[in-house]
Design a protein around this ligand. Structure first.
Ligand code: SF4
Length: 695
């Protein structure tokens, strides 16, 4: 514990880590944060916090912070500190020169789910209005892009359906591919409290996570499926619901598209989708699937919570739609205690998606080809806008390797560490004529950059984050940006240097513009956020003042809920004699994502390296003991980790986290990706493991 003296004031703000979006009081002495205290009126956390939000904010003033802009002509040159004007002028000139030489589509930008709504909105506006193309994407590409696609297709809105508080009304909780104890701790506590009070629990996960059996809760069913077989499992659950007459016929008749339901019903009822037939695929005994399906369908209010174990698969979008199908078929959407709830990884991944950070969608999930919508933005922004979707992140890498994509602006995202198949990413970045990185630290991506622009942490700026329950909360400036400019100010300067004028003097003006142009945000303003603490979108004239806690109450956003056929397709990542085990990945409580923030805090004392969990049987076969070093090789690459022999694993499956760059978890993951969104298949990589000497 570091003593920084007594605070003299406190400022309400929002945690910058996970998608729970806990409210905090930043207790401040001068411009120095003394401590973070969970805010008892914060609706997402009601006065609770975890070890990240409460203790891991010291990175904001860590000695590694880069506070001076820097440029270099070649990535082998040393960095040269320059003024903001010189750095931004250099970047703008490079972007324009490259466009003149290679066309306007040869450059693009990546927004950050760690930045505010206002900042991500500005980056996508910069790309569309100043660059003149739709080559903008976000790190949601590699996590929850299948959620956006799948829930839009079925329900009509790319967002979770409930508030966190809704879990207090649940009778059955189905957790699929999520480990909330580690990744969403404050919500996990709320969920466990409800389970201790009597709610039944089903966990579908390849690993025996804490929720399955802990001192506090125990799952009624643990469907311990093989990685990559989610779709077979969800369809088998649906098979039981349909063939045993457990569908909510009245609900479906009133609320859902009849034709799509009939086709889906016929599909899931096929014998090939029965628990008995699919057990060979999933590894889950048929009686477990039948029991879980009956409990979910008949146990009262049933809610589904899912995470990246659903989305980060080649069939991630299919699985999201499978989840939506099951919820609709049993009438579990549109009231307290039920619903479909993606647990978002990053603090503002929902917001980054809402703000139009995708190459095919303007803010509010409206397609760039929609002439009416595009004209609204053209009128407001004063420039013609492109109607063709731009490049997704993996397409940018491919185009860079081919020489048609030449420059990139990356705000607050370490794509080298977080994207799969590191060698492919670095190979592509090394081809760029100009890479501009804006970040707190010289991260792995900055090794390939020509311009480095100092970023600002959440205590250095005003703005808003949107959490996993669509709750928009204020982020408030506690201290001046260490580099002199907040991230949104940097984007404004860059746009102005490119000749497209942005005149904002405060983020509230950006939110006013977002609200004016985005129907689901029409009722959002800083004045309202200051008054109410937070609101949930949709928030407009058709909703309550604080927005919409539960979605699809009187009907689905798309009108009738749509069922989608979920045909299981095996992963192309095959287990073979050479690669006999399947690697899957996840997070640990004390660290956060690529660790850029938490590794620079005392949280490192709890967990200071990524390790490989392996089942005792697989370990014994290879002569591996707890603590031994093991080499891990896949078709993409190889790395070395320390082994943890653990009964949490099932035989044939190994597991690691991805918080430390030196562990190289993404050196071994492959480029396989979701068919609809290109979200990488991080959760299924065939590997071989062998004992090695300490590196
Ligand atoms: Fe921050 Fe998430 Fe922990 Fe809340 S649960 S304090 S939002 S990391």
């Amino acid at each position: 514990v570091i003593s920084l003296g007594m605070p003299t004031k406190s400022i309400i703000t929002t945690c910058a880590y996970c998608g729970v979006g806990c409210g905090f009081k930043a207790e401040v002495k001068g411009e120095q944060v003394v401590r973070m205290t969970p805010w008892k009126d914060g609706k997402a956390n009601e006065g609770h916090s975890c070890v990240k939000g409460r203790f891991a904010w010291g990175y904001a003033t860590h000695k590694d912070r880069i506070t001076k802009p820097m440029i270099r002509e070649r990535i082998t040159d040393p960095w040269r500190e320059v003024s903001w004007d010189e750095a931004i002028g250099y970047a703008a000139n490079q972007f324009r020169q490259i466009q003149l030489r290679h066309g306007k589509d040869s450059i693009g930008g990546i927004t950050s789910s760690r930045c505010t709504n206002e900042e991500t909105y500005l980056v996508q506006k910069l790309v569309r209005a100043a660059f003149g193309n739709n080559n903008v994407d976000t790190c949601a590409r590699v996590c929850h892009s299948p959620t956006g696609y799948g829930l839009k297709q079925t329900f009509g809105e790319s967002a979770g359906t409930q508030t966190f508080k809704s879990v207090e009304q649940s009778d059955v909780i189905l957790v699929i591919g999520a480990n909330p104890t580690d990744a969403h701790p404050v919500f996990a506590s709320r969920m466990k409290k409800r389970i201790r009070a009597g709610a039944r629990l089903i966990v579908a996960d390849p690993r025996r996570i804490d929720l399955v059996a802990s001192p506090h809760v125990r799952a009624d069913f643990h469907l311990q499926l093989k990685p990559g077989t989610n779709v077979a499992l969800i369809t088998a659950l649906a098979h039981v619901v349909v063939t045993e007459g457990l569908v909510a016929a009245d609900y479906i008749g009133e609320r859902c598209d009849e034709k799509s339901f009939r086709e889906w019903q016929e599909f899931v009822a096929r014998e090939e989708n029965s628990p008995e037939a699919t057990a060979i695929i999933t590894g889950v005994p048929a009686d477990q699937v039948r029991g879980a399906a009956r409990l979910y369908a008949t146990g009262g209010n049933a809610a589904i919570y899912y995470g990246l174990g659903v989305t980060e698969h080649a069939q991630g979008s299919t699985m999201v739609m499978g989840i939506a199908n099951l919820a609709m078929a049993t009438g579990n959407v549109g009231r307290e205690g039920v619903g479909v709830n993606p647990l978002r990884g990053q603090n503002n991944v929902q917001g980054a998606c809402d703000m139009g950070s995708f190459p095919h969608e303007l803010p509010g999930y409206r397609h760039v080809s929609d002439t009416t919508v595009r004209m609204q933005f053209e009128d407001a922004w004063g420039v013609p806008l492109p109607s063709e979707p731009g490049l997704r992140i993996p397409n940018m890498f491919d185009a860079a390797s081919e020489g048609t994509f030449r420059a990139l602006y990356v705000q607050g995202e370490d794509i080298v560490q977080s994207d799969p198949n590191t060698q492919h990413v670095t190979g592509a970045l090394a081809q760029l004529e100009c890479l501009v990185v804006q970040d707190l630290f010289l991260n792995e991506t900055a090794k390939y950059a020509h311009v480095f622009l100092p970023g600002s942490s959440f205590v250095e700026k005003d703005g808003t984050f949107t959490n996993a329950e669509r709750r928009i909360s204020r982020v408030r400036k506690v201290m001046k940006p260490l580099g002199g400019l907040a991230d949104w100010e940097v984007t404004v300067k860059l746009s102005n240097a490119l000749g497209y004028a942005m005149k904002y003097t405060h983020p509230s003006q950006i939110m006013d513009e977002i609200a004016a142009l985005t129907p689901t945000f029409h009722g959002v303003s800083y004045a309202k956020l200051d008054k109410l603490g937070s609101v949930q979108w949709p928030c407009n004239d058709d909703t309550a003042e604080a927005g919409t806690p539960i979605m699809h109450v009187d009907g689905f956003s798309r009108g009738k809920g749509r069922f989608v056929i979920t045909q299981y397709v095996p992963s192309s990542e095959k287990v073979t004699k050479r690669f006999p085990l399947v690697l899957t990945t996840g997070r640990i409580l004390s660290q956060y994502n690529v660790g850029a923030q938490t590794r620079r805090t005392p949280n490192n004392e709890w967990h200071d390296e990524d390790r490989l969990e392996i089942h005792p049987h697989d370990a014994e076969e290879r002569g591996v003991n707890d603590g031994d070093w093991v080499g891990i090789a896949s078709r993409a690459g190889e790395t070395v980790l320390r082994a943890v022999v653990s009964e949490r694993m099932q035989p044939g499956v190994v597991y690691t986290t991805f918080h430390f760059p030196e562990s190289g978890a993404n050196v071994i993951t492959t480029e396989n990706s979701d068919w609809a969104t290109n979200c990488p298949e991080y959760k299924v990589t065939a590997v071989q493991i062998s004992k090695v000497a300490q590196p």
